[in-house]
Design a protein. Structure first.
Length: 103
């Protein structure tokens, strides 16, 4: 096994998930998943990550806020989701890349 293959294998064992850049109507964000496992059972948790809009008010605030992604069928409308502090549905133009993350 070459040194490069060995390094790639080590990194793939440490991989926890992946994120994709998305463009929303009012802001850009990241969506993706992390792998969480216990007792040999691994589960993928879908996430969305937004820039913290309150960062300017508090320099010690985090730069990004992470939310568990909600199923688009459960959210009645994007406006209600935003007002309730939830996450907006991903933009439809990005469905080609990772459709399983957008359902």
């Amino acid at each position: 096994m070459s040194e490069s293959e060995k390094n790639n294998n080590e990194w793939s064992k440490r991989e926890l998930g992946a994120l994709w850049k998305r463009s929303g109507k009012s802001q850009n964000y990241l969506s993706g998943f992390v792998k969480i496992g216990e007792f040999g059972i691994e589960q993928e948790v879908r996430l969305v990550i937004f820039t913290n809009k309150n960062k300017s008010k508090n320099p010690n605030a985090p730069d990004f806020v992470i939310y568990r992604s909600e199923d688009a069928k459960k959210v009645s409308s994007p406006e209600q989701s935003q007002e309730a502090g939830g996450t907006p549905p991903p933009s439809q133009d990005s469905q080609d890349e990772v459709p399983e993350l957008l359902s």
